[in-house]
Every structure is written in C-alpha cells, then in structure tokens.
Design a protein around this ligand. Structure first.
Ligand code: NAD
Length: 493
C-alpha cells in the first residue's frame, strides 16, 4: 500500500464528515466526494465543529493540518487519492455498484474500505476490480473522537490489506480491532443491538422510560465499560475465583431467560414513546448542543484513561508517543543539515492554534512555554532521551526558564523555533530558543536550564547523550552568542 498523504471519501454525511475531521487534524489531506454538491458546505461545517474538541485531545506537537477539497466527480476522486473510505447509505446494492465503479478508477495499490455498520465484506467486494484491496473499516460516531475501528476481511481480501489498513488507522490515532471472521453487524453493533432490542421491549411494555433505561447504564455499567468492558468486569464480580465463580453463580439465570432477543414490532405507539422519551431527556437542548457536551466529556474521559494507560487512554498515549517521535525525527534531520551548514537548526514549525489565543487576540503566555518545551523535547529525544531512556528512571527536568516577549503571535500564524545549546556539563544543559515569524521577525526567546536526574536525584547524563549535545554545542560555538542570552546562568548549587 502507498503512504497515505491524501484520503478519499465517498459520501460526506455524518460519518464522512467525522473521517475528514480526524484525518485533517493529523496532517492528512482529504478529497471528499459526494453526489450532492451542497454537501461541500456541510462537510466544511462538520470539520469546523469537530475541531473544538479535537484541539483539546492532546498537547503533543501536531503536523500541519491537512487540506480539504471537495468534488462531485467520484471517479476523479478515485484517481487522485492514496486510500478510499466509503460512507454512503447502508444499502447493499448501492454500495456494491459504487464500489465496483470507483475500483475501476483507483490504481490497484489504493486500498478501499467501507464504513458499513453491518454488511458483509464478501458481498460488498463482489463486483470490484482488485477486490483483494477491499475491507470493512467500521468506525463509531463521532469518528474524530472515538478510536475504535473494526477491520473485517471478505473472502477475497488479502492479509496484507488488513495489515496496511491497521497501520494507517493507528497513524491517525485509532484502535484497529481485527475481527476474526465476517458476521452481520461485526462485533460491536451485534452487541449494541442486543441491548437496543431489550430497550425497545421495555419501553414498549411500559417497564421503563428511555430516560430511566439510560440512567440504568450511566450510573453503573457505563462507567465500568469504558476501561474494562463486560468480560473483565464480570471476572472481577466473581470474587477471588473470578469468572469461574461468576459463571457458576449467575450462569443458571441465562436459561430463564431475562432477555427476549427477537425485536418488538416498531409500532407507531412504540416510535412515539421513544421519540417523546428522548425529547424529554434532551430538555430543550439542540442536537448541536448535545454533541458539544458529548464531545467535551469524550475528550476528558480519554485523558483520564490515559493516566491509567488503559483502553482508549492507552491508544491516546500511543498516538502521542508517535507524534513526539515524528517531531524528534524532523528535528533530527534539521539538526544534521544545520550542523553541515554551520547554521542554527529550526527544530520546530508550528501554527498558532485558535485555542492558544487569549482575549487580546494574541498567543497566551503558557503556550510559549508549551512551544519551547516541544522544541526541547524534540532536541532531547533526538539526542537519546527516548521512552527507553525514561523507563530507566532518567530524564531532564526544567529548573529555570526565562521568556522574553518581543512581538505578538496571532491565531493561525505560522512560526518556527531555532535552538542553541549554550552551555553543558555532566548534569546540566542551557538552551536558548528563539521563536520567529515566517518573515524571521523574532517573536520571543526562552533561555532554559535543564537538570539531568536519575531516580529523582541530580545525576550525570549518559555519555551518549552528553556527546550528542556536546557535538551540537561545539558546532554552534563559532556563532556569535544570541542577543539577550545570559540572563540565566549555570550558577553553582
Ligand atoms: N451514523 C452512524 O452512527 C454510523 C456509524 C458507523 C458507521 N456508519 C455507516 O456509515 C455509512 C454512512 O452513514 P451516515 O450516517 O454517514 O449516512 P448519511 O446519510 O449521513 O451520509 C450518506 C452520504 O452519502 C451520500 N451519497 C448517497 N449516494 C451516494 C453516491 N452514490 N455516491 C456518493 N455519495 C453518495 C449522501 O449524499 C450523503 O451525504 C453507512 O454505511 C452507515 O452504516 C454509520
């Protein structure tokens, strides 16, 4: 498969819009195709709405945002992209026809995935050219915040297709779950539908309202599910002997049975009860308002789970690791070429994100430290302070920072950071960062001293790290000292 630089979308409704927002946020260009020209305005709005929550997901340095384009020419889209994600309505014949059509315009090494909620991949790929590059990649709404994507192979799908798709989805911060074999509804929708059927029965029989049934999840199982799912939680419910005891104790109830399995008839009266119930729960809030609320807590939950390195929090951590590593790799390339040319390296390029701007319309103080911190992180990672190094209990801590503000930085302004290593000894390094506008105007400087620690105590750096930083310091020693340097010094302690 190709490296995905441009993602093609087929169908730009709720799910297409979600895919676009996620891909663009992580630096992938998107070419969106829909038969309705009015969907261009819709998808641009959807991407903008998603951005508010996405922007809060991580502080890790992000690549430049991707570019969004739109077309009503599905075949032209297929010829210009590196990966196609289909999100048209859930109708087998329509999907089969459109997939067969675009497969004749997409080069053979372009993977084609369907977002289908429950159709079988073998049926969808039936009339395609190069069906081995087709798979189901089923996401969850909102696609830009929920990491799960179920990957399902059809009879003609190659193993390489599944592996390549999994790599791409991980790259954009998702958790690809490889489904062992195709079944209608895949895994999650089959489970969700079992619950949904029981809900419909209980509302139909006036056992409970929609609100009461939601309470039965929100205050109990819902909180457990986010990190441990059903099975591991039941294992805990069995006491010391875990699942074995649990099955012995509650197993017989499975035969009673509590559940109905067959869905009730969707009568007008049931539909009315469902609609009135959820309207009452919404308490006059619009769908947009509720979406904002949902997006806000979905971000917060993932950040909490990150602390425990569990579930979606572990996925977020993995994404951040990748983002920091990519920033360090870019910094490494720039450090090498700057050493050869005897110039000061541009360690980081950033764009002032809208949420970094305060009520004066300028980048707020704390974001300067974040940007300089990211430049330091990229430099130190390149020099050897990677995950393994930190896992050994060693790291560098900031002990002094002196920031000078010389010009304003406005929303969406592109900026870059250059970095000098001014002083170095066994345990400490003094850096001098300069933040510039694209026209080289100096916006701010930061002079910072970092202390090397091992198990929380000051300790000598690893010789490889020390040498790497020393090489940079020596290469820069010929340059005149940066203006404004020297306010912070390596004072004896
Ligand atoms: N909505 C969800 O929660 C959800 C979740 C996961 C997966 N899915 C799946 O994603 C797919 C899309 O669902 P949705 O909710 O985004 O639907 P939607 O109705 O919001 O969007 C479908 C889009 O496809 C466009 N379209 C119709 N025919 C087309 C064609 N021939 N070529 C190109 N575009 C065409 C429509 O104009 C529309 O913009 C379905 O297969 C659905 O099962 C939906």
């Amino acid at each position: 498969m190709r490296t995905v630089r441009t993602l093609g979308l087929l169908g730009t409704g709720v799910i297409g819009g979600g895919w676009a927002a996620r891909a663009l946020h992580f630096g992938i260009d998107v070419l969106a195709a829909d038969v309705k020209p009015e969907m261009e305005g819709w998808i641009r709005g959807a991407v903008e709405n998603a951005e508010a929550a996405l922007a809060r997901l991580t502080l890790a340095p992000l690549p430049k945002k991707g570019r969004l384009s739109f077309t009503t020419d599905l075949n032209a889209m297929a010829g210009q992209v590196d990966f196609i994600q289909e999100n048209i309505p859930e109708q087998l014949e329509l999907k089969q026809r459109v997939l067969a059509q675009v497969s004749r315009h997409a080069p053979a090494d372009v993977l084609i995935a369907s977002s289908t909620s429950g159709l079988m991949p073998s049926d969808l790929q039936r009339d395609m050219l190069h069906p081995e590059r087709f798979l189901v990649a089923h996401p969850f709404n909102p696609v830009y915040l929920l990491p799960l994507v179920e990957l399902v192979a059809g009879r003609q799908t190659s193993a390489a297709t599944i592996e390549a798709a999994a790599r791409f989805f991980s790259y954009i911060g998702m958790h690809p779950l490889k489904v062992r074999r195709e079944v209608p509804g895949h895994l999650t929708d089959r489970l969700q539908e079992a619950l949904w059927r029981e809900i419909l029965h209980m509302v139909n029989e006036d056992v409970a309202s929609t609100g009461e049934l939601d309470e039965s999840i929100i205050y109990g199982p819902g909180l457990r599910w986010a990190a441990m799912g059903t099975n591991l939680i039941y294992h805990l419910a069995g006491g010391e002997t875990g699942m074995r005891h649990m099955l012995r104790q509650f197993g017989p109830a499975l035969k009673w049975p509590w559940t109905k399995l067959e869905a009730p008839e969707l009568s007008e009266s049931l539909i009315d009860k469902m609609v009135q119930g959820t309207q009452a729960q919404a308490q006059g809030r619009s769908i947009r308002e509720l979406e904002r609320l949902r997006d806000g807590y979905l971000v917060a939950i993932q950040q909490v789970l990150r602390q425990f390195d569990i579930g979606a929090g572990a996925t977020l951590r993995a994404l951040e690791r990748r983002l920091y590593e990519d920033a360090a790799a870019t910094a490494g390339q720039r450090l090498r070429s700057s050493r050869e040319q005897g110039t000061v390296p541009r360690l980081l390029e950033v764009e002032v994100r809208p949420e970094w701007v305060d009520y004066n319309g300028h980048m707020t103080d704390s974001r300067y430290l974040q940007v300089f911190g990211d430049a330091t992180d990229a430099l130190l990672r390149h020099a050897g302070v990677n995950e393994r190094y930190r896992a050994s209990g060693r790291s560098l801590f900031t002990v002094e920072s002196h920031v000078r503000h010389l010009a304003e930085a406005r929303a969406l302004e592109p900026l870059y950071v250059t970095t000098r290593v001014l002083e170095l000894d066994d345990k400490r390094v003094r850096l001098f960062h300069s933040l510039h506008r694209r026209d080289d105007t100096l916006v701010a400087t930061a002079e910072q001293v970092y202390l090397h620690v091992s198990a929380g105590k000051a300790a000598a750096m690893d010789p490889v790290l020390r040498t790497s930083l020393e090489e940079l310091r020596t290469a820069q020693a010929r340059l005149p000292p940066p203006a404004g340097a020297g306010r912070v010094a390596l004072a004896p302690r």
